[in-house]
Design a protein around this ligand. Structure first.
Ligand SMILES: NC(=O)c1ccc[n+]([C@@H]2O[C@H](COP(=O)([O-])OP(=O)(O)OC[C@H]3O[C@@H](n4cnc5c(N)ncnc54)[C@H](O)[C@@H]3O)[C@@H](O)[C@H]2O)c1
Ligand SMILES: [Fe+2]
Length: 381
């Protein structure tokens, strides 16, 4: 028996932030990226709260890939601020932190339910609808995906007006995170027709609107579409989980602090080639592997099809390489890391172990062996 459900209420489209005038909270604890306050963009959140008569406290101690210590600080400040509702506003880093804070605060005070509202300011992680929160253990150089239903936000508010200020490089990275979520959810061993439908739609939107929103962030229509695609892909992978691409990207992020979406984007053609068994020299044009067929469906949704399945998977990998290049995402880590090849090599053993142990890797369509993961990391250099 399988089960599919969405527990998050979603408010979306123009004017969605008006929802904040209606919430029933004594006092809201807003967990947000410091840029929201320095840029003044936080007024898009605080004004409707004030209009609805909801007082608030701001917690801005958010850093990319939030570490465990920030969760502890956030829980302590939440407890002392006398708030009863948490609002996470920002990219995946702020939202994940708000989710972890809610979970721990709830465990410390199980008698009173603490509602959580998430408001994304990037079109990427889908964290606003997922039971995942990725927290960093800086000492052990690990990014740990915490997965629990108690992490899922009660409400998500999708208003693409918040994304207008996102720099082009972040639009590229986060947009490729959406594509990676959708593709990994689509080929996951836990995929089903519900998650598949959402993933296909997310891929279709990325194909039409990611490059458009990267090349012109005044393109409000493209921005709105990408904002929806991020959430669709989030619902898809919340149901079917992810795969090796995310497991490997988490290890890269923990060791070298490369943006999550960028690490995913660079790995994506390599992981598709690995999972499908389609390499540059593959001759067999009669592959009937179900994973190859699913990659071909993704390719078809993107308008890519070729003479046979092998060539169609090649087209998909080439399309991703092309999109990365067009948006300034490098193909190799040697282009962005300032370390030597030897030093990079010294990390690979630990990174491969972490990638294999990562909970996202458990649903990869091919069970990866350590030397194979190391080989993919070498190709990435
Ligand atoms: N919980 C999940 O389901 C899930 C899924 C994928 C990734 N993640 C995690 O989410 C994190 C990445 O999130 P992200 O990709 O959204 O990046 P992020 O939250 O780290 O933000 C990236 C950068 O963009 C800036 N930024 C965000 N919104 C902006 C805006 N509107 N205008 C201008 N600048 C803005 C931030 O200040 C930051 O410098 C990683 O830690 C990753 O592991 C979580
Ligand atoms: Fe991701």
């Amino acid at each position: 028996m399988k089960h599919f459900h969405i527990s998050t209420d979603i408010y979306f489209s123009d004017g969605a932030l008006e929802r904040l005038t209606q919430i029933e909270a004594k006092k809201a604890f807003i967990v947000t990226d410091p840029f929201m306050v320095s840029s003044g963009a936080i007024s898009a959140i605080t004004k409707p709260l004030e209009k609805g008569g909801t007082p608030y406290e701001l917690f801005t101690d958010v850093v990319p890939d939030p570490p465990l210590e920030k969760v502890k600080t956030g829980v302590a400040e939440f407890a002392s601020a006398g708030c009863d509702t948490i609002i996470g506003v920002g990219g995946g880093s702020a939202m994940d932190l708000s989710k972890a804070i809610r979970r721990i605060a709830q465990e410390l005070d199980p008698g009173v339910y603490i509602p959580l509202i998430c408001i994304p300011t990037t079109s990427g992680t889908g964290s606003e609808v997922t039971s995942f929160a990725v927290i960093s253990d800086t000492e052990r150089q690990l990014k740990i995906p915490l997965v629990s239903d108690s992490m899922t936000p009660d409400e998500a508010i999708l208003d693409a007006v918040l994304v207008r200020s996102v720099p082009a490089s972040v639009t590229a990275d986060t947009g490729m995170d959406v594509l990676t979520h959708a593709i990994e959810a689509y080929v996951s061993t836990d995929h089903n027709d519900f998650s598949g439908a959402l993933a296909e739609k997310a891929v279709e939107i990325v194909g039409q609107f990611l490059y458009r929103s990267w090349s012109n962030n005044e393109d409000a229509h493209a921005r709105k579409k990408m904002h929806i695609a991020a959430t669709l892909a989030g619902i898809a992978f919340n149901a079917s989980s992810l795969g090796l691409n995310h497991g490997m990207a988490h290890a890269i992020g923990a060791h070298f602090h490369i943006a999550h979406g960028r690490a995913n984007a660079m790995l994506l053609p390599l992981v598709i080639a690995y999972n499908s068994g389609v390499s540059g020299v593959t001759q067999n044009t009669e592959l009937r592997d179900p994973v190859v067929e699913r990659y071909c469906t993704i390719a078809n949704v993107l308008g890519l099809s070729s003479v046979n399945q092998v060539m169609t998977v090649h087209s998909l990998c080439n399309y991703i390489r092309y999109l990365n290049e067009a948006m300034g995402i490098p193909s190799h880590l040697s282009e962005i890391l300032t370390i030597s090849r030897e030093e990079y090599e010294s990390h690979l053993d630990a990174m491969a172990d972490a990638a294999i142990d990562d909970s996202c890797t458990a649903t990869n369509p091919r069970v990866p062996l350590k030397p194979e993961v190391i080989d993919i990391y070498r190709k990435l250099w």
